[in-house]
Design a protein around this ligand. Structure first.
Ligand SMILES: [Zn+2]
Length: 128
């Protein structure tokens, strides 16, 4: 179980297909591939599928910004105004930079809890 979670998270962090770990999720910077080039897994199962990725993106932003604010408040002499000057742009820019990984981690999350739905992807490529 732990090994499977680690493997899936590894695939997610490297932006690879959650099923095979070989196919790339992105061929171009802002265009997600429709299917895995290796195992033909369909990435966007249905319209609106990646709404869950927004929650992951939001959770990651909050999980960094809120503790970060309090750590800096407790252990540095930075004022609240200076903190806000840092954390507000962070809260805008980080979700943009984390966009690919939030989608990838959403795929991993969904693949972990609903692997049987992966059968609805296109059939695997035939060799030869
Ligand atoms: Zn694949």
């Amino acid at each position: 179980m732990a090994a499977r979670i680690f493997t899936l998270l590894s695939h997610g962090l490297w932006l690879r297909c959650p099923r095979c770990g070989i196919g790339r999720l992105y061929g171009k910077p802002f265009k997600m591939n429709e299917h895995c080039a290796h195992c033909r897994l369909k990435f966007e199962r249905e319209q609106g599928y990646f709404i869950g990725a927004i929650y992951i993106n939001y959770a990651a932003t909050v999980a960094i910004a809120v503790p970060g604010f309090f750590v800096l408040d407790l252990f540095t002499t930075i004022t609240v105004d200076q903190q806000l000057a840092f954390w507000i742009p962070f809260a805008v820019l980080f979700p943009l930079l984390f966009f690919h990984h939030s989608r990838s981690l959403w795929l991993v999350f969904d693949h972990f809890f609903n692997p049987e739905k992966q059968l609805f992807g296109l059939p695997p490529k035939k060799n030869g």
